[in-house]
Design a protein around this ligand. Structure first.
Ligand SMILES: Nc1nc2c(ncn2[C@@H]2O[C@H](COP(=O)(O)OP(=O)(O)OP(=O)(O)O)[C@@H](O)[C@H]2O)c(=O)[nH]1
Ligand SMILES: [Mg+2]
Length: 263
């Protein structure tokens, strides 16, 4: 895209250490199609934590910039470090920004230290999955997405934990997709996208998670994003597993354009 200066937006991401700034920037890059894989801080695969020391320590040590194009605008996303030692660098990064997004952990997802009550989270998942159950006021909020975004006792490999975790993992994936569908029906597009992205983050190759995201885009009339998401998923599936998306998923976008059926 030609970079007409009036179309450039410099957006800074600020907040305390470890609240999810780098992950949010990565999610935006992925949603905008600037990267075709949703990188994770914990795997050292995000775009903006690229320095070997950042990858090793799993924190941002300096300000870094990544860009994407969104609705005719070039967005320069300025990811600043949150930990106090690097505040000078963060300030310098924010000086270049015309807008700042303040990231707080409750709005984004739980800090790794946040305790999630698994019984409450299970009950939440069942309410979302069974429409006959009453949806409570807090059931479709960012905090609910957060409580469905964590696995049980990560790093524990005792048999019972592995089995319980697999069951919970499946339950939370289905619940996140159901939440995305509920929110889509109500026209709450942005929150629906967040729920669908949380399902994708939990299982990056899962087709129904990508289907949930594509359905939000289609429902809000954003055909370009729907097609881009489909093409990105298809490329990822081909390179990781050498297979094609199912006819069901392809059918969602089959009348939108040509690229999805290109060889
Ligand atoms: N469950 C969950 N974890 C998240 C979310 N966002 C970030 N995390 C996790 O929180 C940790 C910190 O995320 P980062 O994206 O590095 O946070 P940050 O604000 O960039 O951290 P610094 O740059 O070091 O200040 C990582 O382990 C992420 O995987 C989220 O929405 N849900
Ligand atoms: Mg960071």
């Amino acid at each position: 895209m030609a970079t007409d200066i009036s179309k450039i937006r410099n957006v800074g991401f600020a907040g305390h250490g470890g609240v999810g700034k780098t992950s949010l920037v990565e999610g935006i890059l992925f949603a905008a199609g600037a990267v075709n894989r949703l990188g994770k801080v914990d795997d050292g695969t995000t775009t903006t934590d690229f320095d070997p020391d950042e990858i090793k320590r799993k924190i941002s040590l300096g300000t870094s910039v990544a860009f994407c194009d969104w609705k005719g605008h070039r967005l320069n996303l300025i990811d600043t470090p949150g930990y106090g030692d690097f505040v000078a660098d963060a300030r310098a990064g924010l000086r270049a920004a015309s807008a700042a997004v303040i990231v707080e952990d409750l709005d984004l997802g739980p800090h790794p230290d946040v305790r999630v009550d698994i019984r409450e989270s299970r009950a939440l998942a069942h309410r979302l999955l069974h429409p006959s159950n009453e949806i409570l006021p807090g059931d479709e909020t960012a905090a609910a997405v957060a409580s469905l975004s964590v696995d049980l006792l990560p790093g524990w490999y005792d048999d019972w934990v592995v089995i319980e975790n697999e069951e919970w993992h499946q339950l939370r994936l289905h619940a996140l997709e159901a939440m995305a569908a509920h929110l889509t029906r109500r026209g709450r597009w942005a929150e629906a996208v967040i729920a669908a992205l949380a399902a994708i983050r939990a299982e990056p190759l899962r087709e129904s998670a990508h289907g949930a995201l594509i359905k939000v885009f289609l429902a809000e009339g954003n055909q370009m994003e729907a097609l881009q998401s489909f093409n990105r998923y298809r490329t990822m599936l081909q390179s990781e597993l050498g297979i094609e998306p199912t006819a069901q998923l392809t059918g969602l976008v089959s009348n939108l354009g040509r690229r999805h059926s290109d060889p």
